[in-house]
Design a protein around this ligand. Sequence first.
Ligand SMILES: [Zn+2]
Length: 273
Amino acid sequence: MARRKGSTAAVSNWFFRTLQQGVAVNNVRQDLAILVRLQELYDRIAVAIRERQSPPIEVQALQQANLDRQVELEKIEEQVQEHETELREVRKKEEEWKLELEHFQRQKGMVTNEREFTAVISEIDYAAKALEEASKRRRELEDANRDLAAELEERRSARPEEEAAHKQVVQAWEKRKKEIMAQVHTLVTEAKALEADVAPKNRARFLRLLASKKGTAMAAVMDGSCSLCHFALRPHLQQRVRRCEEIIACETCHRILFMQETLDGVNETTGSV
Ligand SMILES: [Zn+2]
């Protein structure tokens, strides 16, 4: 950190000014080298997070199968509920027709003439038929619900060996997700440690770009062009990038430009602090 203290000291001496400039230039080169390494770390973090967000095909298939199974179970349960609702009505009707029938049967014993007798018999026939219909429907619904209950039971306890295989797949994926998170944690810790070594201004710029440029803040200059947006740099700008005396942004995509060959070897001196 001593390399940055020079900027606060009021040094007017020519010698110190020159020395300071030399240190600053050196710092830009070191910062660039660290930023390139940071970019690599953030790239690896992005890859890990992408992996965590895309479960393997067999897990996806399993999740879909479970979802489908759940939908089917819910459909059956819904059907059972509909039957129950109708059953309550049918049972009530059955009771009503039973009472009606008893009533007319009592009336039958009290008729005084042929006409009344015929009328009561007709009522009894009608009530008996209605009662029979209600009873028939009640039995149908009860049978249907018994079948559906059996089906639900069977589906819920279906194929234990298949479930065991599913469990393995899910557990393997859960394990992998934990590994990925541990890996991300390590990479983030490493990144934070490296960031502490970059001048705050450059660090802030890098992090801003990282956020606005979908995770890619650094762009290598290759064959005179920005390797990311392929914009050809003017020779003068290429020279400035090569000198590493200042942070140079791509004129088109605004990412921080660097030339790998100018940074080679810098990492070794700035590494693991
Ligand atoms: Zn660019």
